[in-house]
Design a binder for this molecule. Structure first.
Ligand code: ADP
Length: 496
């Protein structure tokens, strides 16, 4: 069990949670802690260890010691343990969902509960893939047996962000462990509690050291993990800026790296798609109910000029009807932004849009300075019409509920603008003309194009980015094989 105790008086009681190294719940070597804040009320709710290089070294040692036995465990047996974690998690789903909502500010009904459910699905999916770690035979002739084996890499160093913390942790843990690796995972400083709860459930079933979970800051804890010589693989989800540092660390030691980074995903609406269900789809694709804190947010809306104004009016009306409020309230559709830094950043983009005379504000603006919403980091969904693709608002990942709508008339021009981005994670195409929609899907430079829907990822799907949105694929069997195994060829002379 995670050691959880309360510190301070009753009023200001803070949960003190420990991290997991070598099967034990521990404080950081330096004894310092970091506060975790509830962004909906701007108040600390817990403290976690401030892990640093010394803790990273201890965790990597524990993972390296656990590796030989774990990698030799029969794959189906490893998978069975992962599936049991999924069952345990399902039994505590509501507790996990509430924990996610509290620390991330994501609304329980629309986000945190679905995240907890998808986490179960992900672990169950990877738990079933042990038997798929197959090799091949190579036909070199009757006198030779040449075959490949899929072998694990060793200790995986995984670093995750705060926006879907538990799901993203499972997305690393499930495939890496199923493939026979051990892991040191660093949780994001803003959302470590759900990940530690997941770690507690993992620890019930896994041998000590197979999974180690650290809490700490990026530079103090993430960087030593990325640079540890005993880490054989780096798997990172987060900003493109930090992704580049991770890739440099991997280059120094020639270790494989998977990166799932930012996005500025286009949604292209053809004139025949001026319909209510498309409006709903754009809201889903923009991830408004996760405060748009999603790398796949369809944050550049390319709307055909013929339907531009009526479509935006309908979109504005629907977005306005979403309820912003306490993440734990079942009535809330939209919760709070994760922290003050992100909140100010989002407000900065809104301010910039408001100063552009050519932009029409369809809905939104700066957050209220008083009233219940001013108690938390609540941003107001904002849509700027008549934007241009070269504006900073259309080029940079805002990671907040600010949508820019850009008009187009010529299809080739719409596609050129959609592809004019250094990102290439996701895209959305909306049309009844399936030939046109698929032709568009094929020329869009993105790892994932959805036609006539704006849903989230599902287990089994090959998910990852083009261009600066990343390297490698997650969520799927092929992602597991490519990211967490290496092929060994064995060639045997049968004549001797
Ligand atoms: P975000 O802006 O979404 O927080 P980051 O890329 O800054 O995205 O953070 C994602 C994860 O990367 C977090 O766990 C964070 O602590 C970690 N991180 C940040 N800086 C570094 C770094 N220099 N080295 C390793 N990890 C880092």
């Amino acid at each position: 069990m995670t050691a959880v105790k309360r510190i301070g008086g009753d009023e200001a009681a803070l949960r003190q949670v420990q991290m997991l190294i070598g099967g034990k719940w521990v404080d950081s070597a330096c004894g310092e802690v970091l506060e975790v804040e509830d962004p909906a009320h701007r108040r600390p709710i817990a403290v976690v260890p401030r892990g640093r290089a010394e803790d990273v070294a201890r965790a990597v040692r524990a993972a390296a010691e656990a590796f030989p036995a774990w990698s030799r465990t029969i794959p189906r047996d490893r998978g069975r343990l992962i599936a049991r974690i999924a069952d345990a998690l399902e039994a505590r789903l509501e507790e996990l969902a509430r924990c996610i909502a509290l620390e991330t500010g994501n609304a329980l009904r629309t986000q945190a509960r679905p995240e907890a459910k998808t986490t179960v699905d992900i672990l169950r999916y990877f738990g079933g893939l042990g038997g798929e770690l197959k090799g091949e035979t190579i036909p070199l002739g009757e006198h030779v047996l040449s075959y490949t084996r899929r072998e694990p890499l060793g200790v995986v160093g995984a670093i995750i962000p705060w926006n879907a913390p538990v799901l993203l942790a499972a997305l690393k843990i499930g495939p890496a462990l199923c493939a026979g690796n051990t892991m040191v995972l660093k949780a994001a400083e803003d959302a470590p509690l759900g990940v530690l709860l997941l770690a507690e459930m993992c620890q019930e079933f896994l041998p000590p050291g197979v999974l180690n979970v650290l809490t700490g800051l990026g530079e103090e804890c993430g960087a030593p993990l990325a640079n540890d010589p005993a880490v054989s693989k780096l798997s990172f989800t987060g900003s493109t800026e930090v992704g580049k540092l991770i890739m440099r660390a991997a280059a120094d030691r020639i270790v494989p790296v998977s990166l799932e980074l930012g996005g500025k995903s286009p949604s292209i609406v053809f004139p025949d798609a001026n319909e209510d269900w498309v409006v709903d789809g754009i809201i889903a694709a923009m991830r408004f109910t996760r405060q748009s804190q999603s790398c796949t947010a369809g944050s550049r809306l390319f709307l055909h000029r013929d339907v531009f104004d009526p479509f935006l009016d309908a979109l504005g009306q629907k977005v306005k009807s979403l309820k912003i409020g306490d993440p734990l309230d079942e009535a809330s559709d939209i919760g709070a932004i994760i922290n003050e830094k992100q909140f100010s950043k989002v407000c900065g983009y809104v301010e910039e849009g408001l100063t552009r005379r050519e932009a029409r504000v369809v809905i939104g603006g700066l957050p209220p300075k008083e009233g219940p919403l001013s108690e938390g980091y609540y941003a107001i969904p904002t849509i700027f019409a008549n934007a241009a693709n070269d504006w900073r608002l259309a080029r940079e990942e805002i990671f907040g509920p600010v949508l820019v709508a850009i008009p187009w008339t010529d299809e080739a021009e719409a596609i050129r603008m959609a592809n004019d981005s250094h990102y290439g994670l996701a895209a959305y195409v909306w049309s009844h003309d399936i030939g046109r929609a698929l032709r568009t899907a094929h020329v869009i430079e993105a790892g994932w194009v959805q036609v006539n829907q704006g849903l989230g990822q599902s287990p089994g799907h090959s998910y990852g980015g083009y261009k600066e949105s990343g390297i490698g694929r997650e969520f799927s069997l092929e992602g597991m094989l490519e990211s967490y195994t290496q092929r060994k060829n064995v060639t045997v002379n049968l004549m001797r």
